[in-house]
Design a protein around this ligand. Structure first.
Ligand SMILES: O=P(O)(O)O[C@H]1O[C@H](CO)[C@@H](O)[C@H]1O
Ligand SMILES: O=c1cc[nH]c(=O)[nH]1
Length: 248
């Protein structure tokens, strides 16, 4: 029997894996599998689907975290419990700046903590920031892959359909925030508190003041540049882990 079996992700000790890619969507796990050697599905429970594979010889987990910081936080803690030390989110986002287009990558250098999950851990004076070294590896990998990318602060939220979304987006756009997603702040704060090396790469699926439902539907149906952005964020995260690992 697997020891230290984790209740939600349903994997335990013994895999000797130090790095995990974290998409929100379980469907994206299979997109990562296409780039791995010997991908094997280990578990799929609720929103948490995990495969293990190798990229350039480095063992890697890919675990979907579901939607929102609450769900992501559970996956992050349980992966840490079984020995994972570095985690890169490979997510989707909505742009808050007009020059950021569909399929561009947004690399988070920090996150506005408008989510509930990170606040459940610690008050908002604590910064939501990635690991500096891993961030540099991600930025270099994006450049090497030729991905059009933007590094800066993102905003994390818990709602899509309140009556105030447009007003809120306008406010944060005017403050220079690049894009919105729902899990990056929880990843950075939990990573900071637990000593996990974290980074977050977000593929733009909705442009600023674009059609939210249309953008996400087109992405799901693979009808726009966001599908190429997804491939580039996956490759960028994988290359970042390989170059980070080579520094040890
Ligand atoms: O595509 P993923 O990684 O799930 O990320 C984004 O998409 C979901 C909302 O559509 C939220 O989880 C948001 O953060
Ligand atoms: O606008 C968007 C699009 C995707 N994901 C988000 O969190 N926000």
């Amino acid at each position: 029997m697997e020891t230290n079996l984790q209740p939600h992700i349903r994997i335990g000790n013994g895999h000797e894996v130090q790095y995990a890619l974290l998409p929100g969507d379980p469907g994206r796990v299979e997109e990562v599998a296409k780039f791995l050697e010997d991908p094997v599905e280990l578990a799929h429970n609720r929103e948490y689907k995990t495969i293990k594979g190798f990229y350039k010889g480095v063992p890697i987990f890919v675990t979907s975290t579901g939607i929102g910081g609450v769900s992501a936080g559970i996956a992050i803690e349980e992966l840490k419990n079984i020995g994972v030390k570095g985690m890169i989110r490979i997510g989707s986002c909505g742009a808050l700046q007009p020059h950021i287009r569909l399929g561009d990558l947004v690399i988070a250098s920090g996150a506005v903590r408008n989510d509930g999950a990170s606040y459940a851990y610690i008050n908002k004076a604590y910064p939501a920031i990635p690991d500096t070294e891993l961030l540099f590896h991600v930025m270099n990998a994006a450049k090497k892959n030729g991905a059009k990318n933007h590094t800066g602060i993102v905003r994390c939220h818990d709602s899509f359909y309140t009556d105030k979304e447009q007003e809120i987006d306008k406010y944060w756009s005017e403050k220079g925030i690049l894009a919105s997603d729902m899990e990056t702040a929880a990843l950075f704060v939990i990573g900071g508190l637990r000593g996990i090396k974290t980074a977050s790469i977000l593929n733009v699926v909705v442009e600023k003041e674009g059609d939210l439902e249309g953008g996400i539907n087109d992405y799901v149906d693979a009808k726009n540049n966001s599908k190429r952005g997804e491939e580039l964020e996956i490759l960028t995260a994988l290359e970042a882990f390989v170059s980070y690992d080579s520094t040890f």
